[in-house]
Design a protein around this ligand. Structure first.
Ligand SMILES: [Cu+2]
Length: 130
């Protein structure tokens, strides 16, 4: 009798976990490529990132509280710990400052530059380098 009840409880938990898990799966494109990545951690974005115009920039969120990437030129949704998303870098070369819309004291910098990492063109790049 006791074992039957325990089995039912385990099954219920499994269903609940599956229902939650499907929610975080809706990212689709996995950040498996070698493209530019911003990793959010400890209320920071890391050092400035140089990317090519129009590059797809992956954002990984590894902090315990929610953050996003927000600027006048690009913006992501709020990300919880372990989530990731991506945005398209501006096509206009320049230096773009961004912040977190929840924590304005967080500052990051995206430098859009022809030939930056994540370039789709691939002309004139240094072989094997950054
Ligand atoms: Cu934040």
């Amino acid at each position: 009798m006791g074992m039957l009840q325990r089995g039912a409880a385990v099954a219920l938990v499994a269903v609940a976990v599956a229902a939650c898990g499907s929610d975080s799966n809706k990212g689709g494109q996995g950040p498996s490529g070698g493209g530019p990545v911003i990793t959010i951690k400890d209320f920071g974005y890391g050092s400035a990132l140089t990317v090519a115009p129009g590059a797809t920039v992956t954002v990984k969120q590894e902090d315990t509280v929610q953050h996003d990437v927000s600027s006048s030129a690009f913006k992501t949704k709020l990300l919880s710990k372990g989530e990731s998303t991506s945005f398209t870098a501006p096509s206009q070369p320049g230096t773009y400052d961004y912040t977190c819309s929840i924590h304005p004291r967080m500052h990051g910098q995206l430098i859009v530059q022809a030939g930056g990492s994540g370039s789709a063109a691939g002309d004139g790049g240094m072989p094997g380098g950054y």
